[in-house]
Ligand binder design. Structure first.
Ligand code: SAH
Ligand code: SF4
Ligand code: F3S
Length: 440
């Protein structure tokens, strides 16, 4: 019987793809994927370090795995991904894990497993300047068979002062576009209808082989040209780098979804400078104006951090006013969490009290809920093309799917199924969802 591997994935979408890469590597070694932890011979947690609470969750899981091991001592427990890279030997020293593998070492996991003996964990946390897992076809783990994620680059060369990612993921490197295109063609031929291209900063994607140079808009266009019935999305853009060429490329292709995730982090120039984001509020607003001019109706979403080092009430008000000015469709909102080793941790005191961070975060959340509701209300009466993802979570009698602008829609199915494109006329909404009916 084949040995079984189970992986829990935390953190961003890139980790989801990385787990699929690990499944693929392990399948070649004869391992089978299981979704039942108790059946597994190997248990891995693919981890995130971006905020302290992400790591606290993993420490909780490590205790659960340790208890599992008491009843099944042969099982191998491994920590992989960003927290493995950040904590290194700190994890092996606990005596609770058998394997610690950083994000660029997944090809060595099979050999590492062979090295493990009781009391002697295996560890590899080397970062690479080249590894992109370009030749590895991930084992898809999505449930609907409709949307696939493809990693187009790894690492990050920005040094946002609060962020741990450059330390856990290493230097930025772009993946060979031919391997991206062949993976995209392959998933399309298997019935997938939507591809999301992933990178920490897709705008800095650049591939050269001496003669040819491929930038992100070129790559995006090639993927869009695979087939007009294939939707293409991407994330994440960086406000300092997003180009007019990208926006124009989006405008030329109907199947490139009109949605841009453009993390702003703060509305205050003083904070942006301290965060080392390398743009100003005015620059950000100008990028938004450009997107709206060329792509009217484009969904714009963002990330924001409340309570970064020395943030004053005035800085916070600047974030609120920027939110009002842009009227984001959706936002991911966080309290600042100091990450050891980052520029901010080394140079700036984490001096905004937790209750102030929480209060400011709540003010942003409250404002954004209202903005999301207004944005959704303005869609009432409009008709959108929606790609059906499957039954709605709340009401399995109904279907759900997204608009090009990335809004979730729920509607009665009328015999349609996952993977179908339908025209949905919006009749009602909440702050999170559009509600409508299919019009033929
Ligand atoms: N590459 C992307 C985002 C990567 S991390 C970008 O540049 O925007 C995802 C989000 O987590 C960030 O946009 C930021 O809002 C948040 N984040 C990163 N580090 C954080 C920290 N130390 N505390 C709180 N939030 C953080
Ligand atoms: Fe972190 Fe900044 Fe890189 Fe995004 S661009 S991953 S926030 S360092
Ligand atoms: Fe987390 Fe690493 Fe992604 S820190 S957000 S899993 S790149």
């Amino acid at each position: 019987m084949n040995k079984k591997i189970y992986i829990e994935t935390y953190g961003c979408q890139m980790n989801v793809v990385d787990s699929e890469v690990i499944f693929s590597i392990m399948r070649k070694e004869g391992y089978e994927r299981t979704t039942v932890m108790e059946d597994a011979d190997i248990i891995l947690a693919n981890t995130c370090s971006v905020r302290d609470n992400a790591e606290q969750r993993i420490w909780g899981r490590i205790e659960v795995f340790r208890k599992m091991k008491e009843s099944n001592p042969g099982v191998i427990v491994g920590i992989v991904g960003c927290m493995a890279e950040r904590l290194k030997e700190e994890l092996t020293k606990t005596g609770k894990v058998d394997l610690v593998a950083g994000p660029d070492t997944y090809r060595t996991i099979p050999d590492m497993i062979k090295e493990i003996t009781p009391g002697n964990p295996a560890i590899n946390v080397l970062l690479s300047r080249e590894e992109t897992y370009a030749d590895i076809v991930p084992v898809r783990t999505d449930k609907n068979g409709v949307s696939a994620f493809i990693s187009i680059m790894r690492g990050c060369n920005n040094v946002c002062s609060y962020c741990v990612v450059p330390y856990t993921r290493g230097a930025e490197r772009s993946r060979d576009p031919e391997t991206i295109l062949s993976e995209a063609r392959e998933v399309f031929s298997r019935g997938y209808k939507e591809i999301t291209l992933l990178g920490q900063n897709v705008d800095s994607y650049l591939w050269t082989d001496g003669q040819r140079q491929v930038d992100f808009p070129d790559l995006l266009e090639s993927v869009a040209l695979i087939d007009p019935s294939l939707r293409v999305r991407f994330a994440t853009n960086h406000p300092k780098d997003i180009s007019d060429k990208l926006i124009q490329t989006m405008a030329r292709h109907d199947n490139i979804c009109d949605h841009i995730h453009l993390p702003v982090q703060s509305g205050s120039d003083r904070m942006l400078e301290k965060m080392r984001r390398r743009y100003t509020r005015e620059w950000y607003l100008d990028r938004v104006r450009k997107i709206r001019e060329i792509l009217p109706g484009c969904g714009i979403t963002t990330d924001v951090i409340a309570g970064f080092c020395s943030e004053t009430e005035e800085d916070h008000q600047a974030t609120l006013s920027l939110f009002k000015e842009v009227a984001f469709d959706y936002a991911y909102m966080f309290c600042y969490s100091e990450r050891p080793g980052t520029i901010a941790a080394r140079h700036y005191p984490d001096d905004v009290p937790q209750e102030v961070k929480t209060r400011r975060l709540n003010e942003i959340i409250e404002l954004q809920n209202q903005l999301s509701l207004e944005s959704n209300r303005s869609d009432i009466g409009k008709t959108f093309e929606v790609l059906v993802e499957g039954p709605s979570k709340r009401n399995p009698e109904e279907l759900c799917g997204r608009t090009g602008s990335d809004k979730m829609c729920v509607f009665p199915g009328l015999g349609h199924k996952a993977g179908d494109y339908v025209q949905v006329r919006i009749a009602d909404c909440t702050s999170a969802t559009l509600l409508g009916t299919i019009v033929e």
